[in-house]
Design a protein around this ligand. Structure first.
Ligand code: AVJ
Length: 326
């Protein structure tokens, strides 16, 4: 397993976290980066989210990949060896559908899962060793951009990149274009990208997926404050904040907030500062974009990709789109 450090400027991860928190909470409106959701507790909560009845995304994508696995794998494997790069692999439950198929066909490839959670990558390496000992695996722990650079230097052969789960949805429009252009710049003509995208649909269905009855998504969102408390010596009273998600059907953006239930001051030791919250002031913690097929086409042509095949469930809730580098 390879662990890439995030910043080249010598600061450690805790210092970077403290700086990002101080910056986000000094802004108006307040914001915190969604990548900090995924400590060990947050990764576990996200696994619970994926099993929720309201969170249709994972089940839909699981079905799309299961039903189309043979055709998808046929697109990946020609006679030459390839690197299968899995960005944001997590527990790789969905990727394993494709891995089993590739393993069964004895395709010539190696598997490179990338994730910011070291715990998740350790678990995945272990479980793959058990389940598919013939598949060669090299997990990378790090953020997307450093991982892409690492891949560029260390994985020189034909590439197939996976970006499943609508993980792209966390990026703002401009960020997703920048991201896909960067991915494209590290690929060669004919290389492929399989990307999962949550599609626009009845707004109530989308909102419920981020506002589940059991309160798991609320716990996931609030875990960000708990993480600040435990890693940065924060003094958040978690009970004094509330999870508040809202979907905007015009923009196709699901936004999640943490709302302060009262006026309060919160000291965070490692930032050396105290942050003031008005009653009902919010912290924006996440965007989850929902796409129209037209947006997907615009995105791909803006970034150097061509849509090869669109795989969808029968209700058109979720798409896994196969792109080729032009
Ligand atoms: C992992 C970014 C795809 O936006 O649906 C789930 C994260 N947040 N519930 C999403 C998430 C709240 C998820 N992604």
């Amino acid at each position: 397993m390879i662990e890439l450090s995030r910043k080249q400027d010598g600061s450690n991860d805790t210092e970077t976290f403290a700086r990002d928190v101080a910056e986000g909470l000094s802004q108006y409106p307040k914001t915190l980066p969604s990548r900090y959701f995924y400590d060990a507790a947050g990764s576990r909560l996200f696994q619970d989210i994926m099993a929720l009845p309201e969170y249709y995304l994972t089940r839909c994508e699981f079905k799309v990949l299961t039903e189309n696995r043979q055709e998808i794998v046929r697109h990946f494997a020609n006679d030459s060896f390839f690197h299968l790069i899995d960005l944001g692999a997590g527990d790789a439950l969905k990727t394993k559908i494709l891995l089993r198929e590739l393993d069964r066909q004895q395709s010539a490839f190696d598997y490179v899962p990338v994730d910011i959670s070291g715990d998740a990558m350790r678990q995945l390496s272990g479980s793959l060793q058990q389940e598919m000992p013939a598949v060669s695996v090299q997990a990378v722990v790090g953020e997307y951009f450093p991982a892409l650079e690492w891949m560029h230097e260390n994985k020189p052969e034909r590439k197939v990149v996976l970006f499943l789960g609508s993980n792209i949805g966390n990026f703002k429009q401009a960020e997703s274009i920048e991201f896909l252009k960067t991915v494209c710049s590290y690929l060669n003509s004919g290389d492929k990208l399989l990307m999962g995208l949550d599609l626009r649909k009845e707004p109530g269905t989308i909102l419920s997926a981020y506002n589940d009855a059991a309160g798991v998504t609320a716990a996931f969102n609030l875990n960000l404050l708990r993480r600040i408390n435990s890693e940065l010596g924060g003094e958040f009273d978690i009970a004094q904040f509330q999870h508040y998600p809202i979907y905007n059907p015009q923009e196709g953006v699901m936004r999640s907030f943490l709302v302060s239930k009262k006026e309060q001051e919160v000291y965070i030791r490692d930032t050396g500062r105290t942050f003031h919250f008005d009653a009902w002031e919010s912290i924006h913690t996440e965007n989850s974009h929902k796409y129209s097929m037209q947006q997907v086409e615009e995105l791909s042509s803006a970034c150097g990709f061509r849509i090869e095949t669109v795989f969808q469930d029968e209700a058109c809730r979720f798409a896994d789109v196969l792109f080729t580098v032009t």
